[in-house]
Design a protein around this ligand. Structure first.
Ligand SMILES: [Zn+2]
Length: 335
């Protein structure tokens, strides 16, 4: 079966199961002791029907799907209960938002306030400081701005063409560059990004443009005062498995003091950038455990036993997929 056919079949099964209230309730009950830790990155006020940038409309719809008996808490509250061996309430839901973008403050946070739900916001400290762009955004920006549509570039041993005439080509070129960058040492990643910028003749401003900007410390302080937990997400969002050991310590430990200084509240939980299994090496785990983080989340998985590798479910604009994950089908199928 092709991937597309498989996807369609899965969608159909999801549709049938999610539209049968008896089944929904049964699955939710069977999985009630497994938390739904949701993972978000970006939000938009615009009404986009699909994709990973969640619209205000769809986020509010998601909040309205939470049954009255569910328990929404921050990640720190959940981990605290686990550490104390205290009972975790059934139907626990945790909203986590990665990176530190200002669209969380602009779009999602007001809705969370309206519905009185807490959330955990993972801030990349140098990004919030306004000192850096997140590296995947630099590539997006350069591909958006360039007037050159087919330059050649050497990537490792290969020569590739940086096609950028249409949105589709830009997407494919971004993917190609991003896949390369994620798999090479940090200095090679930055060499290539600079090289792409030169090659496509785009000057990147020192601070990110509005589209790619972070929330400010002031906004973070306001959110902390209103029930949002701020957690650590490194200083510069590197690929952890590709860093020099000396930089690794700095990236994992320094956010603790920076976030405490800037928000007045010491952060307790951590989120690994990229969140791939390969990035969470034993050395990374060792440093995170030994330096005051109470627990940590990764990008995927299903095993809730290790508080330093808690799994999460990515949320998009796909409403069916949200219901599927909220109800606990994903957890049940993995069991
Ligand atoms: Zn991230």
């Amino acid at each position: 079966m092709t991937n597309n056919k498989k996807h369609n079949k899965k969608q159909l099964i999801k549709k049938i199961l999610c539209r049968t209230p008896g089944i929904l309730r049964y699955v939710a009950y069977r999985t009630r002791h497994l938390p739904r830790i949701f993972m978000y990155h970006r939000f938009t006020p615009e009404n986009v029907p699909n994709g990973h940038v969640v619209s205000a409309l769809n986020f509010e719809w998601q909040l309205r799907q939470l049954p009255r008996h569910c328990n929404v808490m921050t990640l720190a509250e959940y981990i605290q209960l686990r550490r104390q061996n205290a009972p975790v309430p059934p139907y626990t839901v945790i909203f986590t938002i990665d990176d530190g973008y200002r669209d969380f403050y602009d779009v999602a946070y007001p809705l969370l306030r309206t519905y009185r739900y807490p959330a955990t916001f993972f801030a990349t400290t140098a990004f919030v400081e306004g000192d850096i762009w997140l590296w995947p955004d630099r590539l997006h920006y350069v591909l958006e701005q360039t007037q050159l549509f087919g330059e050649e570039l050497t990537l490792g041993n290969e020569t590739v063409r940086l096609l950028a005439a249409t949105a589709e080509q830009k997407g494919a070129t971004w993917q190609l560059l991003s896949d390369y960058c994620i798999n090479v040492p940090d200095d090679e990643k930055w060499r290539v990004i600079k090289h792409v910028e030169d090659c496509l003749q785009v000057g990147v401003p020192d601070t990110p443009t509005f589209e790619f900007a972070a929330a400010s410390w002031e906004q973070l302080r306001e959110m902390v005062a209103n029930g949002i937990e701020v957690g650590g997400h490194t200083v510069t969002h590197p690929v952890l498995s590709r860093l020099e050991p000396a930089n690794l310590y700095d990236e994992l430990v320094r956010p603790k003091t920076i976030i405490e200084e800037k928000t007045g509240k010491a952060p307790e939980t951590f989120c690994y950038p990229n969140g791939r299994d390969a990035d969470i090496t034993s050395r990374v785990l060792e440093i995170v455990k030994a330096n005051g983080w109470m627990g940590a989340v990764q990008g995927s998985g299903i095993d809730f036993s290790n508080l330093y590798r808690l799994p999460r479910f990515g949320v998009t604009n796909d409403r069916l997929d949200f219901l599927w994950k909220l109800s606990g089908f994903e957890q049940m199928l993995w069991k």
